[in-house]
Design a protein around this ligand. Sequence first.
Ligand SMILES: [Zn+2]
Length: 609
Amino acid sequence: MKYSLFLFLGFVLSGISCKSQNGIANVKTISTIKPAYWQQHVDYKMEIDMDVKNYQYKGKQQLVYTNNSPDILYKVYYHLYFNAFQPGSEMDVHSRTVPDPDSRIGDRISVLKSEEIGYINVKSLKQNGTDLKYETVGTILEVELANPIQSGESATFNMLFDAQVPVQIRRSGRNNNEGVALSMAQWYPKLAEYDFEGWHADPYIEREFHGVWGNFDVKLTIDKDFVVGATGYLQNPNEIGHGYENGQVNRPKGNTLTWHFVAPNVHDFTWAADPNYIHDTIKVPNGPSMHFFYKSTMPKENLENWKNLQPKAVELMQFYSNNIGKYPYDQYSVIQGGDGGMEYAMCTLILGEGKFDGLFGVTAHEMAHTWFQFLLATNELKHYWMDEGFTEYFGELAGSHILNYSFKDKTKSVYDVYRYLAKSGQEQPQTTHADRFNFRQAYSISAYYKGYVFLAQLAYVIGKENQEKTIKKYFEDFAFTHPVPNDIIRTAEKVSGLELDWYLMDFAQTTNTIDYGVKAIEGSTVTLERIGLMPMPIDVTVTYTDGSTEDFYIPLQMMRGEKPTSAHIIKDWAWAYPTYSFKTNKPVQSVIIDPGGLMADINLVNNKM
Ligand SMILES: [Zn+2]
């Protein structure tokens, strides 16, 4: 089979080379069809006028969009996320029809009154001065361009919009349940991303992140008593004060202040504001300034938690910078707001009234997102497991290191949740769009737990040191881009020298499961069996009748090599063979597969004999 395929390919290839005049013509054709990596670029300039009495704001947006794709663009799309918070929206109806809705949403959107809904109404839109035709369709603005944007060209879009901040339902909104006045995530008309897969004008149903990399310049005019925490660097600290000043504060006269923020090389911009925020800052040695915004009106115990969080947040920042890659901005803010914990550019919005461990845990998780999704900006709607799963893994790795709890125990409990899903009959492959799961729980376990297992188990497959090197190289090679699953697995292949496509495909693109078992022990011969469809290399420990033990490693043939191991490496196991036997030097008492517990075998009962 293999040989005949090669003969066939050889015939086709020689046919092509005969037709071309020289080798260069072919190379050119191929690079035109499949260009090297590219990504779009956008520069935002926004002037926002916020009325804190009726929660409405007016916006002026100028956007310079550069088309780095090889394609001519005839349309563009914007996200108008706040339109999701209207009765009858997709978010509303999905929440009322999915069997296990998010309790924060439930049917709350369906009963919002007109003064409580969210909206972004586009009043005008011009491309290079020419009025454009556009239509608001749910949470997406569909725009027909007056002049197509050629490959390599830029266009300037000028927009005027009116908006209303919804009652806090999900992620953003006014007056959250801890009384934070404004949690402003997904609050502006945001250009949809166009990448090698085309447009991603996904409606806002549950998940939101995939944005265009660029620079933000935001001027925010708001009541002078409000303290603002935001994505960017404040440009006029001494006109503002509120804990930002680095000299004499000189506020302009009037009831409002205009805050000027600049954020370079990000793909989103978030802010929150409240008149009762305490604003603390602490500097990470050789790292960014960290800002903390939390309500002074909280009970004393909560205020103490926020003080105690600050040195721990510094340690988190150092841990991630050392173990993944250096945090590239000069500022990071932990802001009380939102409805749980949510990651944004250079900041997070978290609830702030919980116990210390909870406050630390959510900060650890959200800060880890700076690396997984923010800097390594995978499309969250498609590859949520690389976003939530890797974040959860590093959040716990850092947390266990800093608060001194067992990472191994935590990992075991994560594997157990994955096993529960795998056996539940509700699992859908991780190639399922985040919004298209039958059960929200199946999404959550796939994203957070199975994603975590993917990374933890990678250490089993290629060795712990190789796994650690893979993470660092993945960051080095793909930060500030939009990596896809193949990028992490190719990185692991390059680091380890092993073939790993099977690992990505079986684990992250199907619902195949791992089940190996000990079938028989006969004297000094051990027989193992593969019951599940998914292949794996096998760590196995043998205890002899004299009480001594020996570790063996059975390479998986399709990996074309072995992980670094101190175990006794024996002949490899080709996947299609259902059983595998090996002989030892002494009579065997008992056998255990994967004593380290890092293989996500769904049936552990047969792993021992
Ligand atoms: Zn998360």
